[in-house]
Design a protein around this ligand. Structure first.
Ligand code: ZN
Length: 239
């Protein structure tokens, strides 16, 4: 095969791989974001339960401090009753004891209800925790795997970028200019494979005579339709 043609093929292989690696590397943040969104949707129900538990626990604490105040009042009114010296003080203390007792009792009922609610929420959360944890581990594992792949891809990319300069430098100025022009205007593909009598990039049929010239690979032949440099990939012969 014409040396320049094979140099062009190698250069395009390098460029195609460079592009693929860059795309893969730059897609990491969005892949990661998508995975986190998926996870947070799965986790939403679980986090809602935790939120409900938090609210119930806060409510219970608030009722408990109210209860303490009401119990103190209750005690104070009982003391007032003991110290009552006339009918009016006595009646007032009795009435206040009653009010405080009702408040204590209703707070105790609320606290009991909340304790039941908290118990149920805690059981529900405990039951779901292992599944959530394993899903989180899976997400983290996936992200670690992707990051490692990006590191490897970055290394490979650096190697290819280092290879690209000499590959480009080996070309004649003419071939280099043609390659760069076509690469820019033909979505990064300056060369196209010719197979089954057509150009694989634009599907244009290639005349038999031209096709056999391409097959020989002695000269640089471009596609009449898309202008790309055509090459023939010989099949691997199994002997
Ligand atoms: Zn073509």
């Amino acid at each position: 095969m014409n040396e320049e043609l094979s140099q062009l093929i190698s250069l395009q292989e390098i460029d195609v791989e460079i592009r693929r690696l860059k795309e893969e590397i730059s897609s990491l943040p969005s892949r990661q974001r998508e995975l986190e969104i998926q996870f947070s949707q799965t986790a939403k129900e679980y986090l809602d339960l935790k939120e409900q538990l938090d609210v119930a626990q806060n409510e219970k604490r608030r009722y408990e401090s109210e209860l303490e105040i009401e119990q103190q009042k209750h005690q104070k009114f009982k003391d007032d009753l003991m110290k009552a010296t006339n009918e009016r003080e006595y009646t007032t203390a009795v009435r206040e004891i009653d009010v405080a007792r009702k408040a204590v009792s209703s707070l105790e009922t609320e606290i009991l209800k909340l304790m039941e609610k908290i118990e149920k929420l805690e059981a529900n959360i405990t039951e779901r925790t292992p599944e959530m944890e394993s899903q989180r581990i899976e997400v983290d594992r996936q992200i670690t795997e992707w990051s490692a792949a990006v590191t490897a891809n970055q290394q490979r990319l650096d190697e290819l970028i280092a290879q690209r300069a000499p590959a480009l430098g080996a070309l004649s100025p003419n071939a280099r200019a043609t390659y760069e022009r076509l690469s820019k205007t033909r979505s990064g593909l300056a060369l196209a494979e010719a197979r089954d009598w057509s150009c694989l990039a634009c599907r244009m049929t290639i005349r038999p005579q031209v096709f056999s010239d391409i097959r020989r690979g002695e000269t640089i032949i471009t596609c009449e339709s898309c202008g790309r440099i055509l090459y023939f990939k010989s099949e691997t012969v199994i002997t």
